[in-house]
Design a binder for this molecule. Sequence first.
Ligand SMILES: [Zn+2]
Length: 266
Amino acid sequence: MAELDSLREPDYTGSNRCWPCTLVNVLLLALFVLWLRVRNRRLMGLTVATLGVAGIYLRGYVVPYTPQFAPRLVAASPLPNDLFYDAGVDTPEAERPSLTETDLDGETVLSELATAGVVESDGEILLLTDAVDAAWHEEMDRLSALSLSALAAETRRTLATVSEADTFTDGAEWVVLGGELVGRPVVVAELAAYRVLDEYVDDESVRLAGAQSFRMFLDECPMCETALVESSEVSCCGGYTKPNQSPDETLVCPECEQRLFTFPSE
Ligand SMILES: [Zn+2]
């Protein structure tokens, strides 16, 4: 099996498998085999079918450039998208981008934080003040040293909105809140920010929303200290999450394979 594994293309198989690409490839392969049969090339058809199925299994797809057209083709087809992408909210597969939900808009939150002396503008850009930044990093260092289950317990103790917090590991590490997954580095950054804001902000909803916005000031992962990279939110090999929409820009830790921040789309 070692030879087979060396042929495997992990980017397009396993949990990364793109189902629209797979489906389109199986259909195209079947059409080609049928065409060979019609032309009485039975043996050729059998060989192509065998190699094609093996190729799709091991490599994700065999028709060149499939990732560039298959997801959009399937998105444009009348097939329901849920067939191909996880839509479930009850499974612990659903990721949620932050510890809390907020209905405050970003601009209100930032202006409240500026009034409270948490952020200051440096020309065009907003920055955390030095004192806040130092306190935040100190608290993140403390929280990142906790075990995952201790972090979940700490989340429950700290946030009144959280009554239950579990843990889940699938290669990446998560805290489970109400059946939804929040990445461990996200929890560390946000919980630390929430604590620091205690001194500066009285309004609970501003404090919660403010803690979320802190993550955009991260330049390295609070768990593993890897430099974050900007990426775009693409559900699979070149196919956008939704048709006719450009992907959101995100900050990602390549080491933990987790998303730290999603910049709101314009
Ligand atoms: Zn990381």
